[in-house]
Unconditional design. Structure first.
Length: 331
């Protein structure tokens, strides 16, 4: 057995093969998403420490992680500003898996010692309601676990069944949007730089400030041209007044970012957009549509009313609320 280090392009085949064999196959850790995070968290300084355990050149398990030397934080391990992503092949001999886990543990904690790590952020997906190896390993080291709730829509359901799971009031609101908006899907086949710039300006106007750099939008445009995302827009009299971006791979579609013209807030301009996104994700054979974090008052004491309003809006599109665990280790 040996270890392949970093996410360098020369190792991309190993990473691609491991992702294909991983049970989760989450879509927010592609090279472009990591590129986006590095730009988004521009005040941070990341060093790639990702690694894969190989057996006869076959990837067995690995982790996408980085050391974060942000001056505002103690030195931490994260997944480039987001939780570490742990991957494990679902087609591995148990004897080999056991040896790989031992090597993984030894190498992981050698990184903790080498870089004087003070904290570790990891999100456990609880596949089949079980802790992952990394989650259990950190909890055994006295890490804390906090529930993270998110809403997932099963896209294997028929369109009719998906429609039935909508909040009752949403059906007429969606119909209003379908009737009064010109809705367009922008993907790798038809997206232009003008489209992404229009979305960016819509977002700036809605937020009344520029919340992130222009380069992050350029990276999102690159995601779309690389068939890792799409945008749904809604226009009124040839003017785009609402737009949303969704990240996807062959398994997951994730609600990313949206913006709407404040002059139209009295109208239900967003409901039909999200509904169209759900149907498009189903059409391109995604298995799950993740609406996003589900907030509960007792678990989200520091959230604003605006965040709760967005949460209420998103969760009207049906799906099930599932729990993951945010595992935080501190030295």
């Amino acid at each position: 057995m040996n270890i392949v280090k970093t996410l360098d392009l020369k190792n991309q085949t190993f990473w691609n093969n491991l992702i294909k064999e991983d049970c989760i196959q989450y879509n927010l850790y592609s090279p472009l998403h990591i590129k986006y995070n590095i730009e988004y968290f521009i005040e941070h300084s990341f060093k790639d420490l990702s690694f894969i355990i190989l057996d006869n050149n076959q990837p067995i398990m690995g982790a996408i992680l980085s050391v974060d030397n942000c001056s505002c934080l103690n030195t931490s391990l994260s997944g480039f500003g987001t939780p570490i992503y742990y991957l494990e092949s679902s087609n591995t001999n148990q004897t080999i898996l056991k040896k790989s886990k031992k090597q993984f543990k030894e190498y992981f904690f050698s990184l903790v010692d080498e870089y004087s790590i003070k904290s570790i952020q990891y999100r456990d997906f609880l596949f089949k309601n079980q802790l992952s190896f990394l989650g259990k390993m950190l909890l055994d080291k006295k890490a804390n676990a906090i529930p993270f709730f998110t809403s997932i829509i099963d896209l294997s359901m028929s369109q009719e069944k998906l429609h039935k799971t909508l909040r009752k009031s949403y059906k007429s609101l969606i119909n209003w949007g379908l009737k009064n908006l010109t809705i367009k899907i922008l993907n790798h086949k038809n997206i232009t730089t003008k489209d992404i710039e229009l979305f960016r300006n819509l977002h700036i106007n809605a937020a009344k400030k520029e919340t992130r750099s222009k380069k992050t939008w350029e990276i999102q445009y690159e995601m779309i041209t690389n068939n890792e995302a799409f945008i749904i827009t809604g226009s009124n009299q040839d003017k785009v007044i609402t737009a949303s971006l969704y990240h996807h791979n062959s398994k997951y579609c994730y609600y990313g970012v949206s913006a709407s013209d404040r002059n139209f807030f009295d109208n239900p301009i967003s409901h039909a957009i999200v509904w169209k996104a759900i149907l498009h994700a189903k059409q391109i054979n995604c298995q799950y549509f993740e609406v996003g974090k589900h907030l509960f008052p007792t678990n989200s004491p520091n959230k604003t009313q605006k965040e709760f309003d967005i949460n209420t809006f998103k969760n009207g599109f049906g799906g099930k609320t599932i729990v993951r665990l945010d595992v935080l280790w501190k030295k």
